[in-house]
Unconditional design. Structure first.
Length: 340
């Protein structure tokens, strides 16, 4: 009987400890959410309203300013990016849009399990289809035609700076809803030869205008490569080494990318690669950029940098794509830009 009581006491104690731990996690998350939902004095002017993806001359992004609209899809006039912003009621961890089609990656933390999903959106930000994600949202892109969407998640690890991480990149045909769950099913040609390895990872898709060609990062054997892919042939071919998170220019001739400049460290600089000559041009930004840049036009790229003194906050910056000039603040308290 004494032994039975002891076991029951241990069981009850364990249950109470687990219940207390779960309560603590919930309260901590609620406290963090409360702090994030408090607007900061001097922050950008944000008003709730309608955001659509057919508003030409607008720049959409995720609001990253402290306040109730944080992580909401928002927009500003492209000619006045520092002006007042309109925020929708849709919140995302990553976002991108083109040709009236949007993709929103969401991550809802739970006590026991995190829920991640990708939402395919119409012009009014209404969900057309939802897809479960195998991990934490990382990158999202839509083709210039709106006919294809791509997203990358971390299956393990939390960033590209982690010693060990694994990604999964999916591509969706938005017309047929046919999903390629993983680019790892594509055939790989590296250095002119067929390539097979168990450690292959892809991330950072960017689409060309022909609805067939795309570019992405291939990681294998502790090295990264820019690859050119074909959706119809389901193949990728390596083009250059030490290229991450490519972003194709509107004219299709160049790729902006982040390049690791210190081996073994989370330090990247932004470059532009000429696809015809493979000549690399370092851009004027000297901070480490851990983002997939976006071309605002054929001459300017934008990217996010952490906001000083604000946990989880970020600002959007822009810089000339030819290596001249200097970085300038584009939008304070913002991330995931997508010019309409």
């Amino acid at each position: 009987m004494t032994s039975l009581r002891r076991r029951l006491l241990i069981l009850v104690t364990a249950v109470l400890l687990l219940a207390g731990l779960a309560t603590g996690v919930v309260l901590h998350a609620a406290a963090r959410a409360d702090r994030a939902n408090r607007p900061r004095s001097g922050g950008p002017a944000v008003s709730a309203g309608t955001v659509t993806l057919d508003q030409r001359g607008r720049l959409t992004f995720l609001d990253a300013a402290a306040g109730p609209h944080r992580t909401a899809v928002a927009s500003v006039p492209a000619t006045d990016p520092g002006g007042g912003r309109t925020a929708s009621n849709l919140k995302c961890a990553r976002f991108y849009a083109a040709a009236g089609t949007g993709v929103c990656l969401q991550s809802d933390p739970g006590v026991l399990r995190q829920s991640n999903r990708a939402l395919l959106l119409d012009t009014r930000l209404r969900t057309l289809r939802a897809f479960p994600l195998a991990g934490t949202p990382s990158r999202a892109r839509v083709s210039p035609s709106g006919h294809f969407a791509a997203w990358t998640v971390f299956v393990s690890g939390e960033s590209y700076a982690s010693a060990f991480f694994s990604t999964r990149t999916s591509i969706l045909d938005t017309r047929t809803m046919r999903l390629t769950p993983s680019l790892e099913t594509y055939s790989i040609v590296k250095d002119g030869k067929p390539y097979h390895a168990s450690d292959v990872n892809f991330w950072g898709v960017t689409f060309a205008r022909d609805d067939d060609t795309f570019y992405a990062t291939l990681n294998t054997a502790n090295s990264t490569y820019l690859v050119r892919g074909s959706l119809s042939r389901r193949t990728v071919t390596s083009l250059a080494q030490n290229v991450e998170c490519p972003s194709l220019s509107p004219d299709g001739t160049r790729v902006a990318f982040k390049k690791r400049v210190l081996s073994g460290a989370a330090l990247w600089h932004e470059y532009v690669l000429d696809l015809n000559t493979l000549h690399e041009t370092p851009l004027a930004e000297r901070h480490s950029v851990d983002d997939q840049a976006v071309w605002l036009d054929d001459h300017t790229v934008a990217y996010a940098l952490p906001a000083d003194g604000e946990v989880g906050g970020s600002n959007l910056w822009s810089v000339p794509a030819d290596g001249t000039g200097a970085p300038r603040l584009l939008i304070a308290g913002a991330a995931s830009p997508a010019p309409l």
